[in-house]
Write a protein that binds this ligand. Structure first.
Ligand code: AR6
Length: 168
């Protein structure tokens, strides 16, 4: 799988799927979540509500998929990152699951390109360097069948610098 780094706003990315750093309610919040819902329109929230009615809340580390609505991407994969806390090992495992479960879901849809934000590194306070190592390892170790390219979309300068070092 090709790995790319882009600095910018994930709602502007043209990929088959973009990933949302959601919360378990799936009903929106702040950060990248609100940006995706704003740019993608009400259709995304409506599908999130249907998913909630069908299967309840989305657990940390798991992923669900909706349409991309008005976004340039066809799908949004919503995953729930861990809130950083003292149980570091558990947090790391859960963050890795976010990437792996998003990739698995993308494969089940036959997706070729997928774009990730830096899950959990905003409001959920996961240390950025550690989060980046987990993200890059999860993607590098994944054995894809349909996915050809994963894009890491960094919004802030610090994450961009960290990812640049890891990927180059
Ligand atoms: N495009 C790409 N990345 C972005 C954008 C954007 N438009 N906006 C912010 N980021 P956060 P979390 C980056 O806080 O830490 C929400 O309320 C940001 O710089 O969005 O997983 C949810 O509903 C940071 O590096 O998500 C949850 O309640 C990264 O996205 C909670 O926040 C993640 O920051 C999830 O917290």
């Amino acid at each position: 799988m090709k790995i790319e780094l882009i600095k910018g706003d994930i709602t502007k990315i043209e990929a088959d799927a973009i990933v949302n750093a959601a919360n378990s309610s799936l009903l929106g919040g702040g950060g990248v979540d609100v940006a995706i819902h704003r740019a993608g329109g009400v259709e995304i929230l409506e599908e999130c509500k249907e998913i909630r009615n069908r299967q309840g809340k989305c657990k940390t580390g798991e992923a669900v998929v909706t349409t991309g609505g008005n976004l340039p991407s066809k799908y949004v994969i919503h995953t729930v990152g861990p809130v950083w806390n003292d149980d570091e090992e558990r947090c790391c495992g859960l963050l890795s699951n976010c990437y792996i479960n998003s990739l698995k879901l993308a494969e089940s849809l036959g997706i070729k390109t997928i774009a990730f934000p830096n899950i959990s590194t905003g409001i959920y306070r996961f240390p950025k360097e550690l989060a980046a190592q987990i993200a890059v390892n999860a993607v590098k170790n994944f054995q894809p069948e349909t996915i050809e390219k994963a894009i890491f979309v960094c919004f802030d300068d610090e994450n961009e610098m960290i990812y640049r070092k890891l990927i180059d």
